[in-house]
Write a protein that binds this ligand. Structure first.
Ligand SMILES: Cc1ncc(COP(=O)(O)O)c(C=O)c1O
Length: 361
């Protein structure tokens, strides 16, 4: 099949121009006579790619000088363990805001390390919403406060982040990093697996404030310390060089699009197309998220019953729409409209949703 619309939740669509450039450079990277995958990670050519990716991220996300950008492995899932290992000390409590399955998983790992608490949760509401800032319970002995900025499975997203000064605010931004401008200075640590908005899977980005690198971490295995990677510019060991090369290319592409503000504008327009199809369907499509909590990245919805969900997904697949099924834990439908998903794909989905509804309601 040649003409597909990729709505995968992650790994997900990459910009076509980036794939084409990678293809053109695959066998001979910048005159080296070899692929970027074959270069030493200590070579001048690779180091340029590595540094360029760091610089691009700093510039695109407007990262203040007192933060370091790290390239790690193990996905966002390893961050669930790495961060409590580092920051959850005896006598302190790790405070988690639960807004979906990924925040639950993050909490589960912290529980293995030390004492935890739930600052707020929207579980009782089937994770259809985001807690209001006044619902978040903070404590003097918080080691840190953790939230998930975008809930990939339930399709909700924070629009305003709490101002927290008594402890570092830590955010899993795996599914919305680089989709909109963020005030980095509100956070002590931000982490994200690359495979949604940043590039292919294999590299995890962490943005960490300098003072958090001064923790005593003698008890933490070397590879699991942020310090280790910060002190070596993420070259302590062999980094995932091809994934970082792709990340650098995706970041250049975002730059060419006009940067994060422009990308956000496009994301708002793309998501609106699909939310409009839901809102104008007279209840045929039912969005999972409450309107104020709707994600611009993952749009979750159901048809009137399971049978209809299945028929809709089958027809969509026939027409070349890929990845529209909801996460296996919740079912239903989900369209992931990350940065690299083109406007045409969202227009096509909107048109399909309209015509399917007219035929089947
Ligand atoms: C918000 C969020 N956090 C964490 C993860 C897990 O990421 P990884 O597979 O990189 O460990 C995902 C994966 O989809 C996610 O969406």
């Amino acid at each position: 099949m040649n003409n597909i619309y990729n709505f995968n939740a992650g790994p997900s669509a990459l910009p076509k121009a980036v794939l084409e450039k990678a293809q053109a450079e695959l066998l001979n990277f910048k005159g080296t006579g070899m692929s970027v995958m074959e270069l030493s990670h200590r070579s001048k050519e690779y180091e340029e790619v590595h540094q360029s990716a760091i610089n691009h991220l700093k510039q695109l996300l407007n990262i203040p000088d007192n933060y370091q950008v790290l390239f790690l492995q193990g996905g966002a899932s390893l961050q669930f363990s790495m961060l409590p290992l580092q920051f959850l000390k005896k006598g302190k409590v790790a405070n988690y805001i639960l807004t979906g399955a990924w925040s639950e998983k993050a909490l589960k790992e912290a529980k293995l390390i030390g004492e935890t608490k739930i600052a707020a949760s929207t579980k009782e509401n089937q994770y259809k919403s985001i807690p209001t800032l006044s619902d978040i319970q903070l404590n003097n002995n918080d080691a840190y406060v953790h939230l998930t900025s975008n809930n990939t499975i339930f399709g909700t997203q924070w629009t305003e982040f709490p101002d927290i000064s008594h402890a570092p605010l830590i955010a899993d931004m795996s599914s919305d990093i680089l989709s909109r401008p963020i005030d980095i200075s509100k956070f002590g640590l931000i982490y994200a697996g690359a495979q949604k908005n940043l590039g292919p899977s294999g590299v995890t980005v962490a943005i960490i404030r300098d003072d958090l690198l001064n923790e005593n971490v003698d008890h933490v295995p070397t590879m699991l310390r942020y310090q280790t990677h910060a002190e070596t510019n993420s070259l302590y060991h062999t980094p995932p060089t091809f994934a970082i090369y792709m990340l650098n290319e995706v970041l250049s592409w975002v730059n060419q699009q006009g940067g994060v503000k422009e990308i956000e504008k496009q994301n708002i327009e793309k998501a609106k197309l699909i939310y409009d199809a839901i809102d104008e369907s007279e209840g045929f499509y039912k969005g999972h998220a409450e309107k104020e909590a709707r994600s611009l990245m993952n749009i979750t919805f159901n048809l009137p019953n399971e049978e209809q969900n299945k028929r809709f997904l089958t027809k969509a697949k026939e027409l070349g729409f890929v990845g529209l099924n909801g996460h296996r834990s919740v079912g239903g439908c989900r369209a992931s409209t990350y940065n690299a998903v083109p406007m045409e794909a969202c227009i096509a989905l909107r048109e399909f949703m309209d015509s399917y509804r007219k035929e089947h309601s």
